[in-house]
Design a protein around this ligand. Structure first.
Ligand code: URA
Length: 457
């Protein structure tokens, strides 16, 4: 095997303009030696791989070198730009207002989009958002929306824009040709141990946000056992990298670093998370509830990034008014109707979690709820049918689980720690075992951990 060569187009007018041919192996070695690639070399790698000219084995080797040795800030920005330009760039200029998007790096029980986006729209914001599907232990907003019978997330661009113009928000699936380089790279990262690695995660996320037309971007970077970044320091490095890329590209970008050592909401499952989001928007949750509080903080940043509020206090006040008036819930329902959702379910959301049976899960000991492994709780829900083990698996939207405890709560052996929503028993035992192993019961009350570690602007 001789590997590929790439045509490196020299675009800098100060140097010799033209094309040179380079061996991909030399670019891999450069990154492995921590020598920075030129902008043109990075573009050549991305376009060569997207066109199928660079074989998977060389791209994998290069991405492994990136994971191990990192990239400079300039290289990461250029990688993002090259990926963004690999496909269609969505133009939202004909929509009024600052188009604001919100992105979470992936968590368990995270329905913040379904709470924050309608509240921002109710305050006059313009939320035109393209979202993804869930994979593994993390949920995806598209799957949650599709748990409402009738809802279609595959909209034409015209319909998407019409809904945003009418309601102030719409969340749809990514268009087919959005950042094809990322689709190919992500599939390879998934099977070559290169999903982690800040330059690759940051460029993957930001290329899609930039290509989907967002003018302001708020990032929710998760830290903890259920997240890519297991600690707040790594999450901050990822957040800083993404915020810098966004601002460098002229999009107002901000991030929150939030905890993912336990599920954010209590519900983990698609229909169950729609129900919980609607409860939050009905004002049924306490303002200090983790899910509602993080959603309000993200929504406040979205208002600030859109120029609709100057301070977090002003933004929070606006959001609380829309929460109390029910206008946030109204916007979510309007969006679901506009996307085809059936009234019977939108008005009676409990029907979204109609399953054959409910199974309570009890702890083996009495004590305090200590460390939780959010990832394993997500996997337990996935085993019940709420998530995909691999791309293309079919989801059962009514299944999943509802936690009854949070870190620091006191329980006895007779208090259920969770209720499972079950249609198919085949993996129930494994799901129960997985959930119990994910929740430590301790004799001492554990220390408190924050919901939000840091803000990065
Ligand atoms: N989400 C993405 O879109 N890409 C990553 O690399 C990680 C999370």
């Amino acid at each position: 095997m001789i590997g590929a060569t790439v045509q490196v187009h020299l675009r800098n007018l100060d140097t010799n303009k033209g094309v040179i041919t380079m061996r991909m192996v030399d670019l891999i070695v450069k990154t492995r030696r921590k020598e920075a690639l030129s902008d043109d070399e990075i573009h050549a790698i991305v376009s060569g791989f997207t066109k199928g000219e660079i074989p998977d084995y060389q791209m994998s080797a290069w991405m492994m070198a990136v994971c191990l040795e990192g990239m400079t800030k300039r290289e990461i920005s250029e990688l993002t730009l090259a990926m963004m330009n690999s496909g269609e760039i969505v133009k939202l200029d004909d929509l009024a207002g600052v188009k604001v998007d919100k992105h979470s790096t992936g968590g368990v029980g995270d329905s913040t989009t379904l709470i924050a986006a309608p509240l921002v729209a109710a305050c006059g914001g313009t939320v035109a958002k393209m979202s993804g599907r869930g994979l593994g232990h993390t949920g995806g907003t598209l799957d949650k929306l599709e748990s409402v019978p009738g809802v279609s997330v595959e909209l034409t661009m015209e319909r998407f824009k019409q809904i945003v113009a009418d309601i102030g928000l719409c969340v749809m699936g990514q268009t087919k040709n959005l950042v094809p380089a990322d689709k190919l790279m992500y599939a390879l990262r998934d099977v070559t141990g290169t999903v982690e690695g800040i330059p690759l995660i940051a460029s993957s996320i930001m290329s899609k946000k930039l290509a989907s037309g967002a003018e302001a971007i708020v990032l929710d970077v998760k830290a903890g056992s259920g997240a890519f970044m297991h600690n707040a320091e790594d999450a901050e490095r990822l957040a800083r990298t993404m915020v810098d890329i966004g601002n460098h590209m002229g999009r107002r970008t901000m991030a929150l670093i939030t905890d993912m050592n336990q599920p954010l909401g209590l519900a983990v499952g698609n229909g169950l998370e729609i129900i919980e989001a609607m409860e939050a928007l009905s004002g049924k949750l306490d303002e200090n509830d983790h899910l509602l509080n993080v959603s309000l903080m993200l929504a406040a940043k979205m208002l600030i990034a859109s120029g609709l509020a100057k301070t977090a206090e002003e933004a929070r006040k606006m959001l609380m008014e829309k929460l109390a008036s029910g206008e946030g819930l109204n916007r979510l329902k309007k969006m679901l109707y506009a996307m085809g959702g059936k009234e019977e379910y939108i008005e009676n959301p409990d029907k979204l979690a109609a399953v054959k049976r409910l199974v309570d899960v009890y702890p083996d000991d009495s004590g305090y709820i200590g460390d939780m492994r959010a990832e394993s709780i997500g996997v337990a829900a996935q085993l019940l049918g709420a998530g995909r083990a691999k791309k293309g698996d079919i989801i059962d939207p009514a299944t999943g689980l509802v936690m009854h405890v949070r870190r620091g709560d006191r329980v006895t052996k007779h208090d259920p720690i969770a209720t499972m929503y079950v249609n198919d028993d085949s993996h129930l035992e494994d799901a129960v075992a997985m959930l119990k192993s994910a929740v430590a019961i301790t004799a001492q009350k554990p220390n408190d951990i924050p919901m939000v570690y840091k803000e990065v602007d």
